[in-house]
Ligand binder design. Structure first.
Ligand code: MTE
Ligand code: HPA
Ligand code: MOS
Length: 769
């Protein structure tokens, strides 16, 4: 018999729901059996981006077929607000004025979803509209009102260093936003209970926040609200705060009408009415020497935040935290500008501002390389963090764990970068229409919530008397495999097969005060809490058994579904049964908080991250200079996840994140009309990557020698977000292909997304026509 249990840590087992995902049997919220008499809500949205509401005539809505009720701000018993920041700037239903095209004004409740949806369009609203400020440039031109306090990071004296620098480039880059395009859109259902109780089912990454928001809107305490989420069909950050609106609407309706109420906007309304990745304008001033060494940087990152703060503060902070990427900048000042605009309030999206900051930083590297006529990889290497005097970030955290040089060296070799770059240069000399490009870019991503108190987690473990277990924890499952990894941790602690362990739906009545499942830290935090709970129960079992068998605890070992006690080998289920009969407590709560981190935003100094995750990618592309069309021919990735808890899941995360990043930087373009209407609100006009867009050759490898130097669960590293930024290599390879039409003399300053149109325009600009 093998000594290895089935499904412990470091085993590449399948996702706990994989078979259900592919056979359609995984239960999403909309698949749940509805309580008898469930009604359906639908939102009525503003058709004006900025102005006063003069009159709202909802008579036709009220009298439409099947309609039971219409809810406006007047129906909200508590506060008409779901702002996650405490700034009270995000009404559930607009309060007399509107701030973006698509803002919710009212909700209609009907017997069927179709009836509610049709009725919602019958409203007659009169507005006194004003010209909206839609983007960064128009917001800046109109006074640059901010939604939240900006951040400044400063080290040294960049101004004089820039003056003295042998070479200096100033530039600007526009960095596009992105829609989350989760397969399951936003959805919520509320079931009223007795007194002020309500149970809310929500597709959310943050059950605790839903609990509090529903409580505020209903005017009841948190203990009256239970939130329940088994799984999401993707969140990607879009469900960190944005589910509150939907949960609040159904909770108000359910308590008012005394029946269950469900809401599921269609894809178009989901895209119009919920926030996206922030687009940025990065402006930089970089000084460097003839070797390509950066001497000083002064940069500003201005973001379109939309009408309210939402998470724009921490998102724009994280942009600054990642503008350095893997590079030491001797003298530096970075500023954020979280701008208010008359658009939907932008929110968390995989990377949380980090990708935008990093892209700006990488553009500076490209600028330097083209100015000096060097391979950008040479410039990257010249600036890597490392050693005394070269290891301090702009936020004064010391980089102690950099393995980027080794990763880049290995990838350069395994991807045959140098020879392929030569071949690309050769090809471009003779190919008239098609041009190739290749780029190797690194990633360093800081792990921990910058909101330090968020770095805590709880778990609740029940061992039943038959030896089976339920583990519950504060994290949510959105497809990323968190439940699988947590079950692996528990299996590993007890050394029992994973088949004995069920991870149950995330619920606020099981684990209180949870953090959003975000910042890639779901496994880091909840894995440790689950291990803590398991260790407590193991301790009790060992104490019981050692006393019973008269053996010292030093001889107790959990091995292969048994407890070994000297001579004795007790099957785990027998041990548990025996412990139960002897009144041993078989349930425990676990807790974890990340050690050693602190952050002082006012001074811009601290150690906000417990550690960094690293990775690198080489992408090769070919463009058609007559049409701007392109293909990604080959991608090689080497990514660091420490000691992987599950290589199969981690590889899936790396592949998925890369492709999502590629979509962000190439084809996913958001487009608003001048009146503030989002025109790209369906897959017909908003182009996410499809199977045929995948790299034609896609070699994804995990670093097999890395072990987290920080004491994380089984020395693993967070994986969810960092690999998204590997896709920067695609944009830079496209840049190189474009640059070839003017003999690589200038950096093409390609904005993102680099759609075929943008590629074509950049080619024509460089050719001078
Ligand atoms: N993977 C899938 N399949 N679906 C998702 O929605 N979200 C990403 C990432 N990977 C996501 C995903 C984001 S934005 C984050 S922060 C992490 O997963 C969150 O989960 P984790 O902390 O457990 O990695
Ligand atoms: N990352 C993701 N989500 C967050 C963060 C963060 O740093 N802070 C607050 N929510
Ligand atoms: Mo991820 S953007 O932190 O939900």
């Amino acid at each position: 018999m093998s000594e290895q249990i089935k499904g412990g840590t470091h085993q590449p087992i399948e996702h706990e729901s994989a078979h259900k995902h592919v056979s359609g049997r995984a239960e999403y919220l909309d698949d749940m059996i509805e309580p008898a008499g469930t009604l359906h809500a639908y939102l009525g949205l503003s058709t004006c981006a900025r102005g006063k509401i003069l009159a709202m005539d909802l008579d036709a809505v009220r009298h439409a077929h099947g309609v039971v009720d219409v809810l406006t701000g007047a129906d909200i018993p508590g506060e008409n607000d779901v702002s996650p920041t405490g700034l009270h700037d995000e009404p559930v239903f607009a309060k007399g004025e509107v701030h973006f095209y698509g803002q919710p004004l009212f909700a209609v409740v009907a017997k069927t979803r179709d009836q509610a949806r049709r009725a919602a369009h019958l409203a007659k609203i009169d507005y006194a509209g004003e010209a909206p400020f839609l983007d960064v440039k128009s917001a800046l031109a109109n006074g640059g009102e901010l939604v939240t306090k900006p951040l400044r990071l400063k080290r040294g004296e960049p101004a004089p260093a820039l003056e003295k620098a042998p070479m200096r480039i100033k530039g600007e880059m526009e960095i596009g936003g992105q829609d989350h395009f989760y397969l399951e859109g936003h959805i919520a259902m509320a079931v009223p209970g007795e007194d002020d109780d309500v149970t809310v089912f929500s597709s959310t990454q943050h059950p605790t926040e839903i609990q509090h928001m529903v409580g505020h809107v209903l005017g009841v305490s948190a203990n009256a609200v239970n939130v329940h989420v088994r799984r999401m069909g993707g969140g990607f950050g879009g469900k960190e705060t944005q589910g509150s609106l939907f949960a609040a609407v159904v909770a108000v309706a359910a308590k008012k009408l005394g029946v269950a109420v469900k809401i599921r906007p269609d894809r178009d309304d989901d895209m119009v009415a919920t926030g996206k990745r922030h687009d940025f304008v990065a402006s930089y001033d970089v000084g460097f020497d003839a070797d390509g060494k950066i001497l000083a940087v002064d940069a500003e990152f201005a973001a379109r935040c939309g009408f309210s703060a939402d998470l724009s503060g921490p998102v724009t902070d994280r942009a600054l935290f990642h503008a350095d990427n893997c590079y030491f900048i001797p003298e530096v000042e970075l500023r954020s500008k979280p701008l208010k605009t008359n658009t939907v309030s932008n929110t968390a999206f995989r990377g949380f501002g980090g990708p935008q900051g990093m892209l700006g930083g990488e553009r500076m590297i490209e600028e330097i390389a083209y100015a000096l006529g060097k391979d950008p990889l040479e410039v990257r290497r010249a600036n890597f963090y490392g050693g005394e005097g070269k290891n301090l970030t702009p936020y004064h955290q010391v980089v102690k764990d950099s393995i980027i040089e080794r990763i880049v060296d290995e990838l350069e070799e395994s991807a045959d970068y140098q020879d392929r770059r030569e071949a690309v240069l050769e090809f471009n000399k003779t190919s008239r229409i098609l041009k190739r490009g290749i780029a190797l870019t690194p990633v360093k991503f800081g792990i921990s919530f910058t909101a330090t108190w968020y770095n805590q987690a709880g778990a609740l473990l029940h061992v039943y008397s038959d030896g089976s277990m339920q583990i519950n924890h504060g994290g949510t499952e959105m497809g990323q495999g968190l439940y699988t990894k947590i079950a692996q941790v528990v299996a590993d602690e007890f050394q029992v097969d994973i088949a004995n362990i069920k991870v149950t739906a995330t619920r606020t009545d099981k684990i209180p005060n949870t953090s959003a499942t975000a910042a890639s830290s779901g496994t880091d935090l909840n894995g440790m809490a689950a291990a803590d709970a398991a260790q407590q129960i193991k301790g009790k079992l060992v104490a019981f058994a050692t006393e019973k068998y008269g053996v010292g605890p030093a001889e107790a070992r959990f091995i292969n579904n048994h407890l070994h006690l000297g001579e004795h080998k007790i099957p785990f289920a027998d041990l548990v049964k025996d412990a139960y009969m002897n009144r041993v407590q078989l349930s425990a709560t676990g807790f974890y908080k990340t050690p050693d981190i602190h952050w002082d935003r006012d001074s811009g100094k601290g150690t906000p991250f417990y550690y960094f995750s690293y990775g690198a990618a080489v992408s090769e592309v070919v463009i058609d200079t007559l049409t701007g069309e392109y293909f990604v021919e080959r991608v090689d990735i080497l990514h660091d996840v420490g000691r992987s808890i599950n290589e199969a899941i981690d590889k899936g995360q790396v592949e998925g994140a890369f492709v999502q990043g590629m979509g962000w930087l190439t084809t996913e373009e958001l487009w608003w009309l001048k009146d503030g209407q989002l025109k790209t609100h369906a897959p017909s006009t908003y182009k996410i990557p499809v199977a045929s867009d995948r790299p034609r050759q896609f070699n994804v490898n995990l670093v097999n020698w890395s072990e987290n130097t920080a004491q994380t669960i089984r020395r693993s590293k967070a994986v969810g977000e960092p690999p998204l930024m590997l896709a920067i290599s695609v944009l830079e390879a496209l840049s190189m292909a474009v640059a070839s039409v003017a003999d690589y003399k200038t950096c093409p300053r390609l904005d993102s997304p680099a759609t075929p149109e943008r590629i074509l325009m950049a080619v024509q600009r460089l050719k001078g026509n």
